[in-house]
Design a protein around this ligand. Structure first.
Ligand code: PLP
Length: 365
């Protein structure tokens, strides 16, 4: 079959000319001051992102994976510990647990595709130390319910806010929930750099100290190694880009929400649009619907030049690296056959959204 030209890309990471001019000026400023490692933009970004996330401290790191791995280590999680988490996420959230030496224990998810707080208590053992939840698709998990479970059982609570920067639940921002939050700023995310980057957020000054040690070879003074670790610092250049992009992120979220409202209104049965509730302000990292005959719909859309994605087609407990931690998650196993992410970004036009809506509705007619 001949290649169909893409009319609606899933994601377009090209930088528009107007933003290019702004970013080039930012890069020039950094090239001129020359502090390419831990320059002033790193601490300026840490202050801004902490404020945006209602946290006392932010620590800039090399990626979202570093943020979660170093964050768990800074909380003292390691060999012999169990961490309850979600089976439906990018594998990085569970990799972070395994990399500390702890074991991931997979609970089930709800119709919002997030960790279901009610599925957690049955999995708690004497070794359980923490719950790591994800704000999946840019929709916050139910923070109050997760906090209640963690508090009742004396567990630490860790947020993976990688997909939801700018989202809120009950007025509380992504990055503010639990003992510590990790956020990815890779270029695909809602607040993305031009390369790999991440933030760790906490209110605890001692945890912050441990994080600054862990992100640079385990050296509190940059000389004496007290605990082997990686070099996971945030680049000055990426921090400078993130600072500039922080000023644009609310416009981007506004555009994404407008597209989501258009999808919600236009898509017909049997497609289930993302769950909405007045408690939640979503940022639509992805616009993920649930639908029957998902794979056929996906092929139909591809033939119309519309790119879609399944995030993520393989549940983490079914990944080859996680065979030791395999566990049945019936809701997740069902939902993973029905989820489909439609094109979503601030760069989409209204016409492109309408093209997708028509193509989906035509498939089921
Ligand atoms: C992107 C992502 C990560 C990993 O972030 P990187 O910066 O790519 O390492 C972790 N968790 C979730 C839920 C993500 O979407």
């Amino acid at each position: 079959m001949p290649e169909v030209p893409v009319t609606v890309p899933f994601l377009d990471l090209r930088v528009p000319a107007e933003e290019q001019a702004e970013l080039l000026a930012v890069v020039t400023r950094v090239l001129n001051h020359g502090r390419l490692v831990m320059g002033p933009e790193v601490s300026a970004f840490e202050e801004r992102v902490a404020r945006a996330c209602n946290r006392v401290h932010a620590v800039g790191v090399g990626s979202g994976t570093d943020a979660l791995w170093l964050g768990l280590r800074a909380l003292g999680i390691g060999p012999g510990d169990e961490v309850i988490t979600t089976p439906l996420s990018w594998v990085a959230s569970s990799n972070a647990i395994v990399l500390t030496g702890a074991e991931p224990v997979f609970a089930d998810i709800g119709d919002d595709l997030n960790l279901d707080p009610a599925s957690i208590p049955a999995l708690i053992t004497s070794r359980t130390r923490a719950i790591l939840f994800v704000d999946f698709t840019g929709h916050m998990a139910d923070a109050a319910a997760l906090e209640a479970v963690a508090a009742n059982h004396g567990l630490l609570l860790v947020e993976d806010g990688s997909q939801a920067f700018g989202a809120r639940v009950d007025g509380r921002p992504c990055g503010s929930v639990g003992d510590l939050s990790g956020i990815s700023h890779n270029p695909m995310k809602v607040l993305g750099a031009l390369g790999e980057a991440g933030s760790v957020l906490t209110n605890d000054g001692e945890v912050r100290e441990r994080l600054t040690t862990l992100r640079y070879a385990g050296t509190p003074d940059r000389q004496t190694c007290i605990e082997p670790s990686l070099n996971g610092r945030l680049d000055t250049l990426q921090a400078a880009v993130l600072l500039a992009r922080l000023d644009r992120v609310s416009d981007a979220v506004t555009a994404r929400r407008a597209h989501a409202i258009r999808y919600d209104a236009g898509l017909r049965e049997p497609v289930a649009t993302p769950m909405r509730s007045p408690r939640f302000d979503d940022v639509f990292y992805t616009y993920t619907v649930q639908c029957p005959r998902r794979d056929e719909l996906r092929s139909h859309l591809a033939e119309s030049g519309i790119e879609t994605k399944i995030q993520h087609p393989q549940l983490i407990p079914q990944q080859p690296a996680f065979t030791d931690f395999r566990r049945r998650c019936p809701r997740a196993e069902h939902l993973v056959t029905r989820i489909l992410s439609l094109p979503m970004s601030e760069r989409l036009s209204t016409d492109q959204v309408d093209t997708v809506i028509d193509a989906v509705n035509t498939f089921y007619r």
